[in-house]
Every structure is written in structure tokens, then in C-alpha cells.
Write a protein that binds this ligand. Structure first.
Ligand code: R5P
Length: 312
């Protein structure tokens, strides 16, 4: 099965192809001068795309990532259908329809946090994106989705996989934490998984978001005096959640505070802000960033293997 990717998810797709012992092909993606997205499947990939089912690795972030993912799915599906017609009449040999066969692997699923209608009149954006994508592939694998429940009713098999085992492994070697903290209730299962793998204690904080840049934690006694603590979350955006959690930990005597997450968005100077509050920041490479120390490929490989078994 060939592993394909455009520019987003390239590094992950290459590692994935090595883990799964599959061939890797880079697809062409670029921008027009006005910022619109352009994609093209190179001629040398046509035969392999038609000979077997394929895996497309693509992020749906930022918004151009959604467009590129949809255009790549469309181009691949057309090639599988044998539809190579074009205005230049190049390569227009008669090819039959080899049937559907695209598994979409998404390292970072954009709009994940708009998973509810928080106020009247909003769209449930994560569901909108999931439904559109599911119309163009036979299965999806999504890494550490903020709230998987929002995509429970998609019409194609979908696997929600987690990089927490790889993050736990990294932390146990490089940080050796005594205590794992979830900065809010939403990340409890992730923090628990990491703590169980490392064999450390864990707890969580109750968080209230005032606005996109301001959060508050309910004060709570934590057993962190003279301990090395790692805060674990699905994503870091402004860094506000981690900075506030770290302040609470330091007030209670933690000697070192580290932060680990799957998706490092790091918006608006988050990394400099974090540098004043934590001793280290670690993420997977689901999004490229200077703190990406953990590969997202093993988790995606686990989900792809399950989808392949289910589809056969
Ligand atoms: C939300 O519940 C997520 O799990 C993260 O805690 C949140 O998105 C982090 O955002 P920020 O870094 O802006 O506080």
C-alpha cells in the first residue's frame, strides 16, 4: 500500500511508510499567488495509486490544509476511477475504475475544539469537517482528537489513536517525572495513561476558560512538594493553560515542571511565555514546531492497521 502526502504531514508519512514497510510518494502541493491551494499527483504515482489501496497523510490545519486534503482526495479518487481527462489532453489513455480505496490519516485535525455549539447559532465545525472528509475516503485515522465523540457518527470506519504511549516513553527517559498532572478534566484519560505507563502518581485540575487567552484553575491540594511534575495535554495553543497550571504546581513546591502534548500549535508567542513558566516543553511532530521530539507515526500506524483489518 503506498503512503502519500503533500507538504503537511510529510515527515510523518515518511516514518509511517518505514514502520509499515510501504512505499512513500510525495504529492505536489503549492499556493497560487493569491493564496489559493494547488495540488497534483505526479505521473509516476499513478500506477501505484491504481494498483492498491492507498494511505494519504494530511493535516486539516490551517484552513489551507483542509483545502489541500480535499483536493488531494479528489485527485487520488479520480485517478482510481480512471478519470485522467484534462484540457491539454495529456496522458489520456483509457483506464478502468479500480474502485474506492483511500485511508486518510490526519495527524492534526483542525477545528477539533469547536466540537459543540457553545452558543446559539454556532456551527459544530469539527463535525462539519469530519463529514465532508468522510465523503471522500473509505476510512480515517485521527491522532489525539480533542473530543472523539464529535465524530462518532461518520459513515466510514474511523479510529482515534493516541501518542500518549510514545510521550510517556519520552518523558520516562528524558524527564523522569514523579507526578503527572492533567491541566483540566478533558485531559484526565491522557494523563492517566501516561502516569500508568511511567508508574507515577497523577491528578487533575478544574479549569474554567474566561476567554481565548484567559483561564482560571480551581485551587486544589496536589502532592507535588519537591517533585518533578509533567503536565500532559492534547494540545498547547496560547500556552495559558500550561502556564497557570505550572504556577499552581510551583506554589505547592514542585521543583521542576515540564509540559508535554500531542499538538504544539504555539500561537502568539506561546513558546516565549512558556519558557518563563516551565522547565521543558515536548510535543509530537503532528505539527512542525521547534519542540517536536516525539514521532506521531507509530500511533497512526496502529490505527491504520486496525482500519485495514476492518475493511478487508
Ligand atoms: C482544551 O481543553 C485543550 O485540551 C487545551 O488545554 C487547550 O486548548 C490549550 O489551550 P491554551 O494553550 O491556549 O491554553
Amino acid at each position: 500500500m503506498p503512503v502519500l502526502s503533500g507538504d503537511s504531514g510529510l515527515e510523518i508519512a515518511e516514518s509511517l511508510s518505514m514502520i509499515m514497510k510501504m512505499d512513500f510518494t510525495k504529492l505536489e502541493t503549492r499556493k497560487f499567488p493569491d493564496g489559493e491551494s494547488y495540488v497534483r499527483v505526479p505521473e509516476e504515482a499513478i500506477e501505484s495509486i491504481r494498483s492498491e489501496e492507498v494511505i494519504l497523510v494530511s493535516n486539516t490545519f490551517p484552513d489551507s490544509g483542509i483545502m489541500k486534503t480535499l483536493f488531494l482526495l479528489s485527485a487520488i479518487n479520480d485517478i482510481r476511477k480512471g478519470n485522467l481527462t484534462n484540457v491539454k489532453q495529456e496522458g489520456e489513455i483509457q483506464l478502468g475504475d479500480v474502485g474506492p480505496g483511500v485511508i486518510l490519516a490526519i495527524p492534526y485535525f483542525g477545528y477539533a475544539r469547536q466540537d459543540k455549539r457553545f452558543s446559539w447559532g454556532e456551527s459544530i465545525s469539527a463535525k462539519v469537517i469530519g463529514e465532508i472528509l468522510s465523503n471522500h475516503c473509505e476510512g480515517m485515522v485521527i491522532l489525539d482528537l480533542h473530543e472523539p465523540g464529535v465524530l462518532n457518527e461518520l459513515k466510514v470506519p474511523t479510529r482515534f489513536v493516541s501518542s500518549m504511549p510514545e510521550i510517556a516513553n519520552f518523558l520516562s527517559i528524558d524527564v523522569k517525572p514523579d507526578f503527572i498532572l492533567s491541566p483540566d478534566k478533558g485531559a484526565i484519560s491522557r494523563a492517566t495513561e501516561v502516569a500508568n505507563i511511567i508508574g507515577s502518581k497523577y491528578s487533575y485540575l478544574e479549569k474554567r476558560r474566561i476567554d481565548a487567552h484567559t483561564i482560571e484553575h480551581t485551587p486544589k491540594d496536589l502532592d507535588v512538594d519537591r517533585k518533578i511534575v509533567a503536565i500532559v495535554d492534547d494540545m498547547i495553543s496560547t500556552g495559558g493553560t500550561i502556564c497557570r497550571a505550572s504556577d499552581a504546581l510551583r506554589r505547592q513546591g514542585a521543583t521542576e515542571v515540564h509540559a508535554a502534548c500531542t499538538h504544539g500549535l504555539f500561537t502568539g508567542g506561546a513558546l516565549s511565555r512558556l519558557a518563563n513558566h516551565v522547565d521543558g516543553v515536548y510535543t509530537t511532530n503532528s505539527l512542525s514546531n521547534p519542540r517536536a521530539n516525539v514521532s506521531a507515526a507509530p500511533a497512526l500506524a496502529r490505527g491504520i492497521e486496525e482500519i485495514i483489518r476492518e475493511l478487508r
